[in-house]
Design a protein around this ligand. Structure first.
Ligand code: 5GP
Length: 205
């Protein structure tokens, strides 16, 4: 079994194009990209979601990092978990001014890979909380805000966090489901020629 899977820029472009055909049914009003891995897929996807005569879908970036954390304070390997830290979040003031509020919108969250699902779970639940608070404040609780997810790859493995069934069933778009291996993306490559050669050899070009 190969240890690492390599994906070329071309391959990723094609995955975004193929997925956009399905994501169009969701009709996203805004893309929320989990940076940095979600940024290039978000931008490519936007090209294929654009409808003639209408504006480009805006992209907002949030930053999340996974840190090792000790659950109990005592040193025990089994207690080590992953904690999500916000490094960048939405500026709701600016968003309201230049776009609109997120209330009642179709929001597409984009990342490159769904590994343990910890990050996606955090992003959806925190954004839902923010929108709910805003809707309560503005007395707009009757409007339906929908979240969907797009990832290039979903790793076929037990997840450490859940997503709501309605998202998983109807609004979870993973271009490919892959085995639990390390995935190498071109934007991380120090030697892009070597990276692309590996991707071609593995059939991911
Ligand atoms: P999670 O475990 O929360 O689903 O994934 C968190 C983050 O870990 C992803 O957004 C991604 O940045 C990183 N990650 C997990 N698996 C891989 C992988 O196979 N390759 C790369 N490049 N990043 C990964």
């Amino acid at each position: 079994m190969v240890e690492k899977l390599y994906f070329s820029y071309n391959h990723i472009h094609k995955l975004c194009k193929e997925s956009a055909a399905k994501i169009k049914e969701f009709k996203p009003d805004i893309i929320i990209s989990i940076g940095g891995g979600g940024n290039i897929p978000s931008r490519i996807l936007r090209t294929f979601l654009k409808q003639q005569g209408s504006k480009n879908i805006p992209i907002q970036v949030i930053g999340l990092s996974l840190y090792e954390s000790l659950g109990t304070g005592s040193y025990d390997e089994s207690q080590i978990g992953k904690e999500v830290i916000r490094t960048q979040w939405l500026d709701f003031g600016a968003l309201d001014q230049h776009f609109d509020s997120l209330i009642g919108k179709n929001i597409l969250i984009v990342d490159e890979v769904d590994d343990t699902r910890t990050t996606l779970h955090y992003a959806v639940s925190e954004l839902e909380k923010d929108v709910k608070e805003q809707a309560e404040r503005l007395n707009r609780l009757n409007e339906d805000t929908k979240f969907a997810i797009f990832v290039l790859h979903n790793k076929d493995k037990p997840k450490k966090a859940e997503l709501e069934p309605k998202i998983i069933q109807d609004r979870y778009y993973a271009a490919r489901t892959v085995p639990d291996q390390w995935l190498c993306y071109p934007w991380d490559a120090e030697d892009i020629e070597f990276h692309t050669e590996q991707a071609i050899k593995q059939g991911y070009n």
